[in-house]
Design a protein around this ligand. Structure first.
Ligand SMILES: O=c1[nH]cnc2c1ncn2[C@@H]1O[C@H](COP(=O)(O)OP(=O)(O)O)[C@@H](O)[C@H]1O
Ligand SMILES: [Ca+2]
Length: 401
């Protein structure tokens, strides 16, 4: 993209008028399971000085935009309703210089192109009739590489690690895809990693050369479908998909991306962790690139790693916590070996925990003792790639120097 970015310095208030230069950025995350708005407020003490994050306003709606593939206008309505929040949060004097972007993730990568484009073009209409600054390519599908990098930037920025040598790797588990990102330190990693898994990124006058991989279809919800060997066409024939990850007497139905899937336990009466693990293992083994360097390195993990750790009482919802990979394994065993069809937790908890265990151990190749820092928010700001995206757009608009 060779178009020069518009120079917006001319529309910024002169520094003499305000003590600090306040900057806003609005980022929509069109995820596979929901649409979220993140309204960030930053300030700069002077032009050229580092950007400081003051806070975030966050709101979300379900289902994800990709569920409106056949009703794009209705999808855009969800965006419009969230955008109202931004008009309330950002002072009208700043609207014209506040960038507004939406990035769609894995749910969109799985849609036929004409449906994805139909939805994005309805969103563009909503954006263009808003009072905010709509940069070029404001509404797009984010590719998996950028998703991983931007999340890594967010986590390392929020934990104050961006400028030192002690960065931390990140693990994101969405509904449809999953990402792993870290800064490689060993030469062997750089030599053995395919070029497409290494990406350079410039931010705040530094260049970061990161390892990042995104696996489409290995998000938690898509993984359920893979374990169940479920397809849309078979689901529409009202067939029941069976698994040993459910109690034998169980029958249920699950709506995902607008499709109803019937599921249940096996009539052979067998269930439990061991059988469940072997079903889940099939979709993971040999499917992911493994890196020796990170087998013991601590990682930050969020999204469904966090949610399922909360659901199974491994961590506290508010505070998160520090776990080892083996904690997910032990919890999976505990849940799967004591399932009843009337238990209070989700019918999928056994399968989900077992999948997380297999993904960490046999997918990425982590050791049982590898430490996972489960964190949702730092200083009340969500761990999400959206903050990295806000930095990126502000930088490209020359609002940062
Ligand atoms: O701002 C956020 N902070 C932390 N987790 C988030 C945020 N937004 C979404 N999530 C988590 O992401 C997961 C859903 O994934 P998503 O719908 O983004 O799928 P995708 O990334 O595969 O498109 C859930 O665990 C949800 O709690
Ligand atoms: Ca996501």
């Amino acid at each position: 993209d060779t178009d020069p970015a518009p120079d917006l310095r001319s529309v910024l208030p002169s520094e003499v008028n305000s003590k600090y230069n306040t900057i806003y950025g609005i980022v929509f995350d069109a995820g596979s399971t929901g649409t979220r708005i993140h309204i960030y407020t930053f300030h700069q003490r002077a032009a050229g000085s580092p950007l400081e994050l003051d806070g975030e306003i966050f709101e979300s709606v379900k289902p994800g935009l990709s569920a409106y593939a056949n009703q794009p206008e209705k999808g855009a309505d969800a965006v419009l309703s969230l955008l109202q929040l931004a008009q309330d949060a950002v002072p009208s004097s700043h609207w014209q210089k506040t960038p507004l972007i939406l990035k769609a993730t894995a749910g969109f990568r799985l849609l036929p192109v004409h449906q994805a484009e139909g939805l994005l073009s309805e969103v563009r209409k909503v954006f263009n009739s808003s009072p905010f600054l709509v940069p070029e390519n404001s509404v797009t599908i984010l590719d998996g590489t950028d998703e991983g990098i931007l999340a890594w930037i967010t986590v390392n920025f929020l934990t104050g690690r961006l400028h030192g040598d002690h960065s931390v790797g990140t693990l994101d588990l969405g509904g449809a895809s999953t990402q792993i990102t870290f800064l490689p330190l060993n030469k062997a990693t750089l030599d053995e990693t395919p070029q497409e898994s290494l990406a350079s990124f410039e931010l705040f006058n530094s260049t970061y050369r990161l390892y990042t991989r995104s696996y489409l279809g290995l998000g938690l919800k898509e993984a359920r479908l893979a374990v169940l060997e479920a397809s849309v066409s078979v689901a529409q024939q009202e067939q029941t998909f069976r698994s040993h990850c459910f109690p034998p007497a169980l029958n249920g139905s699950w709506v995902f991306s607008g499709v109803t899937y019937r599921y249940g336990g096996h009539s052979d009466g067998l269930t439990g962790f061991h059988l469940c693990y072997s079903e889940v293992q099939r979709i993971v083994v040999g499917k992911l690139h493994q890196v020796e360097e990170i087998r013991h390195s601590p990682f930050y993990a969020f999204s469904y790693y966090y949610d399922r750790a909360v659901d199974s009482s491994l961590i506290d919802f508010e505070n998160g916590g520090v776990l080892e990979v083996r904690d997910f394994a032990q919890k999976a065993r505990e849940v799967c070996d004591h399932m009843t069809s009337d238990s209070s937790h989700s019918h999928f908890l056994c399968m989900d925990l077992t999948y997380i265990t297999a993904l960490l151990r046999e997918g990425f190749g982590f050791e049982d003792g590898t430490i996972l820092q489960l964190t949702k928010k730092v200083r009340n700001v969500e761990m999400s790639w959206t903050l990295g995206a806000a930095f990126h757009v502000l930088q490209s608009l020359l609002l940062l120097e």
